[in-house]
Structure formats: structure tokens, C-alpha cells
Design a protein around this ligand. Structure first.
Ligand SMILES: [Zn+2]
Length: 290
């Protein structure tokens, strides 16, 4: 399947809005932020940002690719990778069945899609995560696809853009999922050595093993407003350091104030901002005196 028909198919399956279950096939949807009832088409036109309160609703990977790129994927990267089940893991359900169910629900092979694309006229290697696939967790497939996206950037001299949305490492793959942190971080270091720009886009939520590896290693790190960002949950941190945590801690705004990220950009401005930042990074260094 070529990349365009893949995108059409994935979009056709519908990127599930958070309210889809409670309001099946609804023409009207309720905003999580302000509880306003909004016409579905109006929300879609506004890229799933509430026009009343600015709440950024979760969207799937296919939809994010559509809103961020000029014309979807030109060519997929590392398509066809599917999780093995090396630990034969089983909790309330076997890991194999969990992956199958996630594929049926999302139409995706795993929690990330990747391809070459153009963003505001700039050619990039792009990977976008999907939270609907087992909480956007990073197992071997996600790690490998992110690493191969970076490698494509390295080999083709394209800037790399990774849009994260993840609950962290995929515990059903145990240590193998943690090893993806090292693999992707090593690839980010190779990009840096080759002076290939790497832009990390954080969306709600980006946490744990993903935040602690490639998501926080971008040359420029941009977040959507209101995103939950962090490593461990607040209760774990409080119990470990035995201190009360500051107000608003683990929000994109708190991260910006403390220098952990570079920009907060609303989704409706994301494409042009990513394009502008990439053009800046690609520009030759100014000559002194100019
Ligand atoms: Zn709202």
C-alpha cells in the first residue's frame, strides 16, 4: 500500500475523539476542558482545539500527520514492523491479543507511524506517536521506528521531527522496551554529530521512558499548550523526595518557565512554526558584522 492510500485508510477509520464512546457518531461533542457542546465539524476544522477554551483534544497519529504536513507521508519509513512477544507476556490478557486488539481499534501496526514528508515546504523525516495504541507505549517496534526515522534523516540529510504522545515504556516487553531508550538516545547523538536538526514536538501526555529519552533530546523542543509532561507520576515523586510539589508542576507551562522546553505552540500554528524553526536551523550561520 502506498503512503497516501495508507493515510486515507487510517483517516477513514476515524481518529477517535475522546467523547466518541459516550456520544456515538455524534454530530456534537463535549469539550473536556469547558464542557461546551461543540459541532464536530467546527472542532475538526479547528484541528481538535476547543474554539471556546483552547483545550487541545487528543488526536490519533494519522490525523496529526494530516494537520502537520503539507500533503501526508510521501513514503513510509519502516512500515510493516509488528511486535513480537519475546516474553510471552500475559496479564489480564495476553500481550499478543492486546496488540491485535490495538491494531483493530486504530488500524495501526504499532504506536508510531513514520515517513518522509514536507512541513511548510521543508522536507523532513517524521514520526508521530498514537496514544490509542496501548497508551502510546514504547516497545521494540516504536523504538526501532523512531531510530530508523532518525537514520533516514541522517542518510538523506533531512531534519528529523518526532511528535510524542506516550505513557512511557511498554512493560509487556520488559527490559527490551527500556533498551529502546538507549537506542533512540544514541541515534539522537549521531544526528547531533552530523549537525542534522532534530525537533521534538510534545503533545498531551508525554511521560516516562519516552520523555526520558528522545522526546527531551531535541535541538528544539516544542510543546502543545496544557500538555502533561514528566517522568514519574507526582505521587511517586512526592513519596520519594518527601517534599510537596509546586503548583502546576509537570505542565508544559511549568517546563517552559524552568527552561526544560523552548516553545509552547498551539496546534493551529504548529505547521508554520515547525517550518520556520527548521528553516532557521538549516540556514548558514550569519557572518559577523552582518
Ligand atoms: Zn473547551
Amino acid at each position: 500500500m502506498d503512503a497516501k492510500s495508507w493515510l486515507r485508510k487510517a483517516l477513514g477509520r476515524g481518529v477517535k475523539s475522546p467523547q466518541r464512546k459516550s456520544l456515538p457518531d455524534g454530530v456534537w461533542l463535549k469539550c473536556d476542558g469547558c464542557a461546551a457542546i461543540i459541532y464536530r465539524n467546527e472542532l475538526m476544522r479547528n484541528l481538535w482545539v476547543c474554539p471556546r477554551c483552547g483545550q487541545h483534544m487528543k488526536v490519533g497519529a494519522a490525523e496529526y500527520v494530516a494537520l502537520l504536513t503539507d500533503d501526508g507521508f510521501e513514503e513510509e519509513i519502516a512500515a510493516g514492523l509488528i511486535s513480537a512477544d519475546p516474553l510471552k507476556f500475559k496479564d489480564s490478557k495476553s500481550y499478543k491479543d492486546r496488540v491485535k486488539a490495538a491494531t483493530a481499534k486504530t488500524g495501526l501496526e504499532d504506536a508510531v507511524v513514520a515517513g518522509s514528508a514536507s512541513i511548510d515546504g521543508v522536507s523532513v523525516a517524521l514520526a508521530v506517536m498514537d496514544f490509542n495504541f496501548i497508551g502510546g507505549s514504547m516497545g521494540s517496534v516504536v523504538g526501532e521506528k523512531v531510530a530508523r526515522t532518525m537514520r533516514a534523516g541522517l542518510e538523506r540529510g533531512l531534519p528529523v521531527v518526532i511528535v510524542s504522545r506516550s505513557g512511557g515504556a511498554r512493560m509487556q516487553e520488559g527490559i527490551l522496551s527500556l533498551m529502546q531508550m538507549a537506542k533512540t538516545a544514541a541515534m539522537a547523538a549521531r544526528l547531533r554529530e552530523a549537525r542534522i536538526p532534530f525537533l521534538s514536538v510534545l503533545t498531551h501526555p508525554t511521560t516516562a521512558g519516552v520523555m526520558a529519552s528522545y522526546a527531551s533530546l531535541g535541538d528544539v523542543i516544542i510543546s502543545e499548550p496544557g500538555a502533561l509532561l514528566g517522568f514519574a507520576g507526582p505521587r511517586v515523586i512526592r513519596d520519594t523526595i518527601k517534599q510537596e510539589l509546586p503548583e502546576g508542576f509537570q505542565s508544559a507551562e511549568f517546563f517552559l518557565e524552568h527552561g526544560m522546553i523552548d516553545l509552547i505552540v498551539p496546534r493551529t500554528k504548529m505547521r508554520e512554526t515547525v517550518g520556520r524553526v527548521l528553516r532557521h536551523l538549516a540556514a548558514p550561520a550569519p557572518v559577523a558584522g552582518e
